[in-house]
Design a protein around this ligand. Structure first.
Ligand SMILES: [Zn+2]
Ligand SMILES: [Zn+2]
Length: 206
């Protein structure tokens, strides 16, 4: 297995980056960094796209709780592909991985490469590109308003003729939204949702 591959560990119910083998175990690192843990190589499996995304969202939220201004990572961020920083080997590698995915018409691998590149940029290069953008004409910066909770919401778009329309309502964490989706799917067998994220931003004097 390639180091950096995102795998799901059923014992801890967490997604981690595969690091290396260590005796009878494999070492996994939390997405977004942190203390590595040992997992049973016979039980881990490749993380699904959903798991990878929600692990990324959780890691970004952990960081924002720790006081960083970087806004939580959402699928909406995928609209703006992150740009590699020239001269950085990791950026280059992830950008190459993205190019290969694009060339192979593999959109989910392309999304993964974008998620990883974005996380790496935030971690290693200060997260300047999206989180804390300098406004060109007025000497202000735009930051996420820490006094207002970001909102996560899912809306059921299953149905042949029209969308079902059921909604989780605004939630304060992506986990609550997922919980609502699981319940709704269990009750209705509906499987397709539109999810959204909203936060508040304010202009601040530098
Ligand atoms: Zn880099
Ligand atoms: Zn529904």
């Amino acid at each position: 297995m390639e180091p950096g591959t995102l795998v799901y560990d059923p014992q801890t119910r967490k997604v981690g980056e595969y690091q290396d083998r260590a005796g009878p175990y494999v070492m996994l690192r939390p997405v977004g960094g942190g203390r590595e843990w040992q997992a049973d190589p016979a039980r881990i499996r490749a993380a699904t796209r959903e798991e990878r995304l929600s692990a990324g969202v959780r890691a970004a939220n952990d960081r924002s709780r720790e006081g960083f201004v970087t806004p939580p990572l959402t699928e909406a961020d995928a609209d703006r592909p992150p740009v590699p920083v020239p001269g950085c080997a990791t950026c280059e590698e992830l950008a190459t991985r993205r190019e290969e995915a694009r060339a192979a018409f593999d959109p989910s691998a392309e999304t993964d490469a974008n998620v990883l590149l974005r996380q790496h940029r935030r971690r290693e290069h200060g997260g300047a590109p999206t989180g804390h953008r300098i406004f060109r004409y007025v000497p202000y910066t735009i930051v996420q308003d820490a006094s207002a909770q970001p909102e996560y919401q899912a809306y059921c778009v299953s149905g042949d003729e029209a969308d079902c329309g059921a909604s989780s309502g605004p939630c304060q964490a992506p986990g609550e939204v997922e919980e609502w989706q699981r319940r709704h799917t269990q009750e209705t067998w509906h499987t397709r949702y539109r999810r959204s994220f909203a936060d508040y931003a304010v202009f601040e004097r530098p």
